[in-house]
Design a protein. Structure first.
Length: 297
């Protein structure tokens, strides 16, 4: 008889249930009640010795409070081990104080979650100067998984044109763009990005001629405003790319922006199910199940 179970915050129900089915675990929601003054009451399901808590942390502020309360209730209820599965991990951008008086959100959130959980698992965390996810979560186990194996499987199953050029929007994208290109046995290129503001970026390529008449596949870890994808698509169109498609790990942009992406010449937009979104096309449950099976022993 298993001594593990999975509980989830309501917004992550569908992905959590897919994972629980793969693991053969019971799966129950963590109830979150909002009082008129916006305070929360959190009620967990019956506790198992090992409890996996599934919560993708887009729109994170209320979810972080709910996780803190859930952790308290689970520990008090007898949970010996708490594992947080957060396919999207919030507040990783601010890894230093860029201006006097700024909070380092990555450090604050890392310590908060490390105090509440024994292990944290995420995908393609938005790390810049931080070298490893272990630095974010001191004293506990932490894994930053790559979504590229699941993305490659989905693209391969869809019959990707072998002449496709995999395109990354900046130098930071090089590791996952290169990995995906190797998996799909195709070529890749990385753009030079100049950011003018939160919603304004410019793109260019060292050798635009490589795109002429060839399919281009834009790959990014996070799309929040869509500005990067639009600017990259415009640069690819100017370079003569035959078709332009896009795939991202974390789709954070508002669904109504999809029309703007199409208008910019992007033929299709796909994302993983790290965050519930109309563009979801890549399931992460198989990769998560592989790394979580040790929790069931």
């Amino acid at each position: 008889m298993s001594t593990a179970a999975l509980q989830y915050l309501p917004a992550s129900a569908a992905a959590a249930q897919r994972l629980a089915e793969r693991l053969g675990l019971g799966c129950q929601a963590i109830a979150v009640h909002r009082f008129p003054d916006e305070e929360l009451r959190v009620t967990v399901a019956p506790v198992m010795q090992t409890t996996i808590v599934f919560a993708s942390l887009d729109k994170p502020n209320e979810k972080l409070v709910a996780l803190l309360f859930a952790s308290e209730a689970l520990r008090r209820g007898g949970a010996m081990r708490l594992v947080l599965v957060a396919p999207y991990l919030c507040y990783m951008r601010q890894d230093k104080a860029f201006h006097e008086g700024e909070a380092i959100s990555q450090k604050a959130i890392g310590h908060l979650l490390a105090d509440a959980f024994d292990r944290v698992i995420t995908f393609d965390a938005h790390l810049h100067r931080t070298k490893t996810i272990g630095e974010v979560f001191p004293g506990i186990e932490a894994e930053d998984l790559s979504a590229m194996p699941a993305i490659a499987d989905t693209l391969r199953a869809g019959g990707l044109d072998p002449t496709t050029v995999i395109v990354g929007p900046d130098e930071e994208s090089l590791p996952w763009v290169g990995d995906l290109a190797v998996r799909l046995r195709t070529s890749y290129a990385v753009a030079r990005k100049t950011r003018r503001g939160d919603n304004s970026v410019e793109m260019s390529f060292a050798d635009p001629s490589v795109f002429h008449g060839r399919p281009a596949l834009l790959v990014d870890d996070i799309a929040s405003s869509g500005a990067t994808l639009i600017a990259c698509a415009q640069a690819l169109h100017a370079a003569g790319a035959g078709t332009i498609d896009a795939i991202v790990t974390h789709a954070l942009f508002a669904p109504e922006l999809i029309g703007k992406l199409f208008a910019a010449g992007i033929r299709s937009v796909k994302s993983t199910d790290s965050v519930p979104h109309p563009t979801n096309a890549v399931a992460l449950a198989p990769l998560l199940a592989e790394v979580l099976r040790q929790e069931l022993l």
